[in-house]
Design a binder for this molecule. Structure first.
Ligand code: ADP
Length: 457
């Protein structure tokens, strides 16, 4: 279950958010603790200042008026402060009036009040269990410190404030987490949906169904992946169709001569053909069809090797002038018989490193096609030339030219204008590629065609 993107993504989102929330909360708590600590100290400092001023005023008035009953002011203020804030007020130092009590509890701890400087400290008052933050402020009489007022606040007050903050943060965090979780779930579903659809489509393709509807992946990386996946599935479908067509064509091509051979052999065996001339004719057909079969099987084998890149080309010195001369010789007799003007034009005599037999095979194929296309009394030009870096052998005929729709498919296996196997040009092109060259074709309906083999010099 945890290996599924659908589960992993939202969990990952949530874990990230949780971690970020936790770190932020810890930092916030630490900052708040420091702030609350400073705030509490400055509060007790202010309170101590206020009470010590009141106390000093009361002492002064007593001295001035020699009335001892006005001492109630500071003790009254201290009592109210204690009542409202829960803070403790202490007096440290000499009695304000000789023989008189301060009216405030004394601090059971020695602190430096003589220097007359304000101070802050932490302590545990006598009889108390908790620690207190405290601030002391001097009581000044005629510029001299006579004692000190100390205001103390329990540390637990600060902790309680921090705890209340943590509690609120926890509630807010929980709410945030629920919202973030829902959002993460929604977003990851949106993100994962096209991936899942693509994965289902891939399953279909793996199962052999190439006509699968590829989902729309939108823009971005997933969209790009989806688009390419669709193209890939289409190409696979095309390849499968091509393979099926190829097999069908091969079996058809093989069966045609076989049917002819079987027919003639059966006719002779059954004594249907008894006339020696007719028998000789039948045998000639059988021989021709057998030769055709042999050629066909050889071509298919060549094609299969070329397809599998298991075709080995020789690298030898090839005298191109000699090579086109041989091709010319092969066809000159046929040209003479049919009154076709076969012209050989050698504009350069390059020697290249290539596979001579394969080059000759291609040129022979061009010439054979040209002779098939050219009517008796026509003209065929065989030309050898060299231009910077490449050698060209061109065969130009005065045949009918090639229709655009056939031209498109001409180099595919078993595409034939009629009569042939439709493998010649396919093999020629594969061979030319294996030799590092290419085939160029110019053709014009009613005028003729020019097939040119271009090889690296
Ligand atoms: P095949 O000659 O066995 O049919 P190819 O692959 O050599 O196979 O040729 C395929 C088809 O291309 C031919 O059947 C023919 O229709 C057309 N073709 C090839 N060369 C020429 C040409 N010079 N002029 C007109 N058509 C041509």
């Amino acid at each position: 279950m945890f290996s599924s993107l659908r589960v992993r993504l939202p969990l990952l989102f949530l874990a990230g958010i949780l971690l970020a929330g936790l770190i932020t909360t810890l930092i916030a708590i630490q900052l708040f603790r420091e702030f609350a600590h400073d705030e509490t100290l400055s509060q007790v400092r202010r309170e101590a200042n206020g009470i010590s001023l009141l106390y000093a005023d009361a002492i002064r008035e007593d001295f001035d008026a020699s009335q001892k009953n006005s001492r109630s002011a500071p003790t009254f203020a201290a009592a109210r402060l204690r009542e409202t804030t829960g803070d403790r007020i202490y007096y440290v130092g000499n009695p304000p009036f000789p023989g008189e009590k301060s009216g405030l509890p004394t601090l059971g701890q020695k602190i430096d009040w003589v220097s007359g400087k304000s101070l802050t400290f932490e302590f545990t008052p006598p009889g108390a269990q908790k620690a207190y933050y405290a601030a002391g402020s001097p009581v000044l009489f005629h510029g001299r410190a006579v004692g000190m007022i100390v205001v103390a606040k329990p540390k637990t007050d600060v902790n309680a404030r921090v705890f209340s903050l943590v509690w609120r943060l926890a509630v807010a965090g929980l709410l945030g987490l629920i919202v973030a979780g829902l959002l993460a779930f929604y977003l990851s579903r949106r993100l994962v949906r096209p991936v899942l659809a693509l994965s289902r489509a891939a399953d279909e393709v793996a199962g052999g169904n190439y006509a699968v509807a590829v989902p729309d992946g939108g823009a971005g990386e997933i969209g790009h992946l989806t688009e390419r996946f669709g193209e890939m599935a289409a190409k696979l479908a095309e390849a499968e169709t091509r393979e099926r067509n190829f097999l069908m064509s091969v079996s058809h091509e093989l069966r045609t001569p076989l049917t002819a051979i079987r027919g003639h052999v059966a006719a002779i065996a059954d004594g249907v053909v008894e006339d020696p001339d007719a028998q000789a004719h039948s045998l000639a057909i059988v021989a021709a069809e057998a030769a055709r079969l042999e050629r066909l099987v050889g071509d298919i084998l060549d094609l299969a090797k070329l397809d599998a890149h298991r075709f080995t080309v020789l690298r030898e010195e090839v005298d191109m002038e000699q090579l086109v001369g041989r091709a010319y010789e092969t066809f000159s007799e046929q040209a003479r018989e049919r009154g076709i003007a076969l012209q050989l034009e050698v504009r350069a005599a390059p020697v290249i490193v290539s596979d001579g037999d394969r080059v000759l095979q291609i040129v022979d194929n061009f010439l054979s096609n040209a002779f098939k296309a050219t009517p008796d009394g026509g003209r065929i030009d065989l030309a050898l030339s060299q231009t910077n870096g490449s050698v060209t052998v061109a065969v130009e005929d005065t045949g009918p030219g090639i229709k655009p729709e056939l031209r498109e498919r001409l180099f595919r296996p078993f595409v034939s204008g009629g009569g042939g196997t439709g493998l010649g040009l396919t093999i020629s092109r594969e061979l030319s590629t294996a030799l590092g060259g290419r085939i160029d074709l110019d053709t014009e309906l009613g005028k003729g065609s020019r097939f040119a083999l271009v090889l690296p010099a």
